[in-house]
Write a protein that binds this ligand. Structure first.
Ligand code: PEP
Ligand code: MG
Length: 579
């Protein structure tokens, strides 16, 4: 009889194949004392394990085919950097000496200390780093404990065409298994934003994570269906289920081939309306890969990446060099640099608030609020962005603005920064466009003011939804309230786009909604003409655009915006998507 298990679909697509169980069981770490005379031997044992971990990762990296995208190799590079980082390669040595303990225990203690810091932060980016730390630490622990990887190797040999079911997988596991012809993954652990999930997505392999007790419920070699769209796995499917999913696979294949044909073509609607498609960037490692996509530029560079995992913020020169690299990589296409958005769910290891903690950080000193309070942090960034504007079309975008006072302060600081650069004889673009993110309901309701004050607006739906519906975007329990199609959210988006049209100010959208093809027709009908998203979503969104008629959509959407019932709105959005 068929058994259905559910989890979180993190990489779309359907696969059918035999189940291959791959347990990475917990490694038990014991503490024992090392006599003082043997401490240096213990240190040497640890250093040898670090060396071997590096060799293993380098070997995995070398086996990656040359035509693999840079984004994928970046995951292995990130783990290599982590093995080399002092916090994993040096700090445990100090612990071995100080606590006179075994290497495994020192490494475990260091791992626990790091993970505790990340856990408190409740940050999706850092949580991802937390998974990475575990993957790297487990690799070193297995070497220290001489856990052989033979079973692993033997299993990999037989995995072609199979579906791996595991308690947890590292990006390196995913990559090795992909190369051996694995067709889908199911894991007990995992979250949508883990690097493992992101890697599976960029490889295009159907993957479902968070399937509790999958290794216990599923049996070796039994037939499995994985549906990465809806996050389900079916064991021993019957014939009608098999027929249904076989059709899905064929349909997906035809669709992928059709999407490929759009590469290099402009995004233009049936009635001739040109749409700008831009990319969001949040990792430095993404740059090389993302420039290969035919995007019209960068619509959102999350500069937080430059400030994370370090003890002091980057200075003006370091930031300038990074922005300069980016503008060169995008060869004349516009790059939108968002000023620092730190606070709430995005914390730094640097304490910017002098230990001051806030009961509700999402409503506290975040983003522009923090930057205005800390000009020593903000001014070097403003100067670095301005200097980079001399090299190409840079736009500066500011997050979380909510009132006129902040706008005036911001403009004053930009003027000051320009004056400093002029005095130093450093060049910059005097007309560099300055934009505001509309992500606080107050800003959306005052969109007319913002549209008159700024050169462009960009709607940050991730925050706009959380603040409009008073639901924490990171909270799984309150997640059911997070609804992009809530009538209040749609009205605020529409209000912002209308204000842009009235005052001739271009309006873009860079929240997740912009890269979700289910909402493309709706947003076109609302008047949106610039979308910014993860690069992998570009062709799918383009394919909707190229089949749309904005004149028709705007009439349909006008009626949709009068609706209040969630079900009616969902049905109306679905109707827009039927071409
Ligand atoms: C947003 O809020 O929609 C956005 C793009 O910003 P972030 O997700 O970085 O907060
Ligand atoms: Mg935001």
């Amino acid at each position: 009889m068929a058994l259905m298990l559910s989890g979180i679909g993190v990489s779309r697509g359907v696969a059918i194949g035999p189940c291959q169980i791959f347990r990475r069981d917990e490694i038990e770490i014991l503490e024992y004392a090392i006599p003082r005379s043997l401490l240096m031997d213990e240190v040497a044992r640890f250093e040898a394990a670090i060396l071997k971990a590096k060799q293993q990762l380098r070997q995995i990296r070398q086996q990656i085919p040359a035509d693999t995208s840079a984004e994928i190799t970046a995951f292995i590079d990130a783990h290599l950097l982590m093995v080399e980082d002092e916090v994993l390669s040096r700090a445990p040595i100090n612990l071995i000496k100080r606590l006179q303990c075994n290497a495994e225990w020192a490494l475990k203690s260091q791992r626990d200390a790091l993970v505790t810091v990340f856990d408190v932060m409740d940050d999706p980016y850092l949580k991802t780093r937390c998974d990475d730390i575990d993957h790297v630490v487990n690799r070193i622990q297995r070497i220290l404990l001489s856990h052989s990887d033979h079973m692993h190797e033997a299993l990999l040999q037989q995995s072609r065409g199979s579906i791996i079911v595991s308690d947890q997988l590292s990006p390196a596991d995913i990559l090795q298994m992909y190369q051996r012809g694995v067709i889908a993954f199911i894991t007990e652990d995992g979250a949508t934003n883990s690097h493992t999930a992101i890697l599976a997505r960029s490889l295009g392999i159907p993957t479902v994570v968070g399937v509790h007790h999958a290794c216990d419920y599923l049996m070796q070699s039994e037939s499995l269906v994985v549906d990465g769209r809806y996050g389900i796995a079916i064991a021993s499917p019957d014939n009608s289920e098999l027929d249904f999913y076989q059709d899905c696979i064929e349909h997906d294949l035809a669709r992928t081939n059709a999407l490929k044909k759009l590469d290099g073509l402009p995004a233009v609607t049936l009635d001739g309306c040109g749409i700008r498609l831009m990319v969001n960037l949040e990792l430095a490692e993404e740059i090389a890969n993302v420039t290969q996509f035919d995007a019209d530029g960068v619509g959102l560079l999350r500069t937080e990446m430059l400030f994370m995992n370090r003890s002091a913020p980057p200075d003006e020169e370091e930031q300038y060099q990074f922005y300069a690299r980016l503008i060169r990589a995008f060869k004349g296409r516009p790059v939108t640099i968002r000023t620092l958005d730190i606070g709430a769910d995005k914390q730094l290891s640097i304490d910017l608030l002098d230990g001051h903690s806030c009961a509700n950080p999402a409503l506290g000193l975040r983003a522009i609020r923090l930057c205005l309070k800390e000009p020593r942090l903000f001014l070097p960034q403003l100067r670095a962005i301005l200097r980079a504007s001399a090299l190409g079309p840079i736009r500066m975008m500011v997050p979380m603005l909510s009132n006129m006072h902040e706008v005036q302060q911001l403009k004053q600081l930009v003027r000051m920064s320009k004056a400093v650069l002029r005095e130093k004889g450093q060049s910059f673009d005097e007309a560099m466009p300055l934009g505001a993110m509309i992500e606080v309901p107050a800003a959306a309701i005052s969109a007319a003011y913002f549209a008159q004050q700024f050169d462009f607006l960009s709607i940050g739906t991730n925050d706009l939804i959380q603040y409009t519906l008073a639901t924490d975007r990171m909270d799984a329990e309150a997640g059911y309230l997070y609804d992009p199609l809530h009538p209040a959210v749609l009205r605020l988006i529409s209000l912002t786009i209308e204000a842009g049209v009235r005052y001739g100010t271009p309006v873009s959208m860079c929240g997740e909604m912009a890269g979700d093809p289910r909402f493309t027709a709706l947003l076109l009908g609302m008047g949106l003409r610039e979308f910014s998203m993860h690069a992998v979503m570009l062709s799918e969104v383009k394919s909707v655009i190229n089949r749309s008629d904005v004149a028709l959509l705007s009439t349909q959407v006008e009626a949709l915006l009068k609706l209040y019932e969630s079900e009616a709105i969902n049905t109306a959005v679905e109707a827009l998507n039927v071409h």
